[in-house]
Design a protein around this ligand. Structure first.
Ligand code: SF4
Length: 444
């Protein structure tokens, strides 16, 4: 059972000495209650208080970091079962798998793809996260060579998939300091795998078919000194994965089973419906998803889904305010103003592209609110439009002074004209009608 901030406060030393980085013990207690601080930060806690607080204030699912440097990423530290209860914090890493039996050229091609490929959506660059190398050859030497090939090309987080401690040891020679994820410790090889994970400071996947088996393995591995664990549930079907991962998530976030408070691993490439497995993994609590290299269409769909699920539902997705070009607009092109709610932006942009009339989109900062809400809340005002025209140097881009505003912003038309000195034209309420509107109303 999680403690409330005031209960935690009662257990703190109340020195208000700031050594934990917070101004008061109460602030520190509030952070602990939210799982945003570690009890170890307070040097004055006695052991009894530490053990009570440690068990109840630690995030229910451990944060585990893979890789080092720019492309490293962390998974876990989630608090809720449903995204709408709060938000999900750490998107799953989607990792492309290659076998060590593939040619060096093929291994290089996949590695370069993960290193370089990205899709830009809603102002964010979406990427795949790393490379999983599978010891399909059963040869330690070939496995190590494949890992070396990847390592020479890119500093990407790696997943090393092998059941053989000798092959693992050989591969770790090339990447041990880069925190690759080791897959996987079982009840048979745990001792050797834990020793290697500890020696190289690597996170480790534990693998068992039953929930009890996983809990036993996490207990044994932590007793062996490896704390950064991820659990492979060995699902025989997608249904089995959903049932097990949901059960584990429930037990972990309610703190009923602390031994299951670790992120979950899913190898979608070995499931019957790999593309569906990726989608289900994203939505149903997988933190590391292994996949064969995806076609461009599926790749974009997977990254888009991940972005949507791991966006805070309480914060609208926003575009960066600015002056955007549609096509190659000249000095006489129309300027259409709208808000920075991403759905509004992309809908309008899509319709404008289909008109084939080059134009400018002036996106103003309404903190992600839609036009109607922004007008009602007073976030869209004549001064905001005036400042945006100046800030984004719109007057230098066009020779006319006409501004098309959304239909729902019509109550502001007179004030915008007055504040900006531009002639305001009120566009349609429905973006689908913008093509017809421009055709009939836009006079160059
Ligand atoms: S270090 Fe401990 S005693 Fe000092 S302010 Fe923080 S919680 Fe309070």
């Amino acid at each position: 059972m999680a403690l409330k901030a005031l209960d935690i406060y009662k257990l703190l030393p109340k020195r208000n000495c700031k050594e934990c980085g917070d101004p008061t013990c109460l602030t520190f207690a509030m952070k602990l209650a939210g799982g945003k601080a570690d009890v170890e930060l307070c040097p004055y806690l006695d052991e009894a208080a530490k053990s009570v607080l440690g068990a109840t204030t630690r995030p229910p699912i451990r944060l585990v970091k893979l890789g080092i440097g720019e492309r490293s990423f962390s998974v876990g530290e989630e608090f809720v079962l449903y995204r709408h209860e709060k938000t999900f914090y750490h998107p799953p890493g989607i990792v492309f798998k290659i076998a060590d039996t593939e040619s060096p050229d093929r291994i290089s091609t996949v590695t370069l793809r993960v290193r370089d490929e990205f899709f830009t959506r809603v102002g964010a660059d979406l990427r795949f996260n790393g490379i999983a190398i599978e010891n399909a050859s059963s040869s330690a030497e070939i496995f190590a060579r494949a890992v070396e090939t990847v390592e020479k090309i890119a500093d990407l987080p790696l997943v090393l998939i092998t059941a053989d401690p000798a092959a693992l040891a050989a591969a770790l020679v090339h990447c041990g300091t880069y925190r690759p994820l080791i897959h996987a410790a079982t009840s048979e090889n745990r001792k050797e795998f834990c020793a290697l994970a500890k020696q190289h400071g690597c996170p480790l996947v534990v693998r068992a078919k039953t929930i009890d088996g996983l809990a036993q393995l996490t207990r044994d591995c932590t007793a062996d000194g490896v704390q950064d664990l991820i659990m492979d549930l060995l699902p025989e079907s997608l249904q089995a994965f959903i049932v097990r991962s949901t059960t584990i998530r429930q037990l972990a976030i309610t703190r009923l089973a602390p031994d299951l408070g670790y992120p979950v691993f899913l190898d979608a490439s070995i499931m019957d419906l790999p593309d569906a497995a990726i989608a289900l993994g994203i939505t149903k609590y997988a933190s590391i998803i292994i996949s064969s290299p995806l076609s461009p269409a599926v790749a974009e769909a997977a990254l888009t889904l991940r972005q949507n699920i791991y966006t805070d539902p309480q914060k609208p997705i926003q575009m960066n305010p600015g002056l955007y070009r549609v096509g190659n607009p000249g000095k006489d092109a129309p300027v259409l103003m709208t808000v920075n709610f991403s759905l509004t932006f992309f809908t309008l942009q899509g319709y404008l592209e289909s008109t084939r009339l080059p134009c400018f989109m002036l996106i103003v900062d309404t903190e992600g609110l839609s036009v109607l809400t922004a007008v009602a809340a007073g976030k869209l005002s004549e001064m905001l439009v005036k400042d945006s025209i100046k800030k984004f140097a719109v007057e230098e881009e066009v020779s006319h002074r006409k501004l098309i505003i959304p239909g729902y912003a019509s109550p502001l038309s007179g004030r915008i004209e007055e504040a900006t000195g531009w002639k305001v034209m009120v566009g349609p309420r429905d973006a689908a009608e913008i093509g017809e509107y421009l055709h009939e109303e836009w006079k160059r």
